[in-house]
Write a protein that binds this ligand. Sequence first.
Ligand code: NDP
Length: 314
Amino acid sequence: MSDVKELVIIGSGPAGHTAAIYAARANLRPFMFEGYVTGGPAGGQLTTTTEVENFPGFPEAVEGPELMRLFRKQSARFGTEMVGEDVSEVDFSKRLFTVKSESRGVKTKAVIIATGATARRMGVPNEEKMWNNGISACAVCDGALPFFRNQPLMVIGGGDTAVEEATYLTKFGSVVYLVHRRDELRASKIMQKRALENEKIEIMWNTVLEDAVGEQFVTGAQVKNVKSMEVKEIPVAGIFYAIGHTPNTQAFKGQIDLDESGYIKVKEGTQETSVEGVFAAGDVQDHKYRQAVTAAGSGCAAALEAERWLATQA
Ligand code: NDP
């Protein structure tokens, strides 16, 4: 039983690393599965973005991958053990808990899940080529980049995120096309009103994105009206996906309570899941704010709760 861990942290974005920093400083010697493929690379969603201008402490902005390198360095400095593997299976039905990756099975007293969420993609033919070259899944992260300034832009989706992002992009773009597959927005009434009243937002109803146009960077979007079946090309410099996120909870199904969208349910005002000793932090339990700084905050809370809970188990 020598290899029993006090705390396993699953995930290596802002939530996972903040939890690790707090837990390591509390002498819990956290063991982190950083992830590898599921839910994107180690470091999470920030590693696939460019400039981060809204993380406090970086007044001149910081590149997403660099920010995550610093998070990781800080976790390592306090003794977090890390492996670059995906968790494939867990057993939370009995203590000690078991957390398994392809190459190892780890027994642990407590777990913090911080596996994040993955922005859904459309899967259009040029998507891979144009990703970060005009296609983005985060207007708040990328919208202010110079090559979008005073250019026509496009947002795909009809939910609150799509409306919020379209509204945000009107600060930079000359016009923002909001492309929605139906004739009614899913967004809340107040958000809808905001979009409909904004002169710079042009809603394209019953319309789907067929492809991104361009050589190296996006120069246009090929869209199809699903009623008339008319296909046309709209000149745009940026296409922003806002078609929702999928929480990375595949490995936890049947082990802890998830909501109807697959997000981990936490008890109000805490980071506790339905299993005592298992905590959740970051986007995997938050579809509302989804910011690096809120993820980090919940990672801190999860570590403090885990530490207190472990103390009661001694
Ligand atoms: P939602 O799931 O609410 O909306 C996704 C939108 O994308 C829908 O309009 C959907 O269309 C469309 N969509 C999905 N898949 C495709 C596809 N393959 N092709 C084209 N369109 C597609 O996600 P959100 O991210 O907008 O919101 C998630 C949650 O977060 C919600 O509960 C929301 O209320 C909340 N939120 C709250 C905010 C706030 O309060 N300020 C801000 C942002 C989000 P369809 O409608 O046809 O299904």
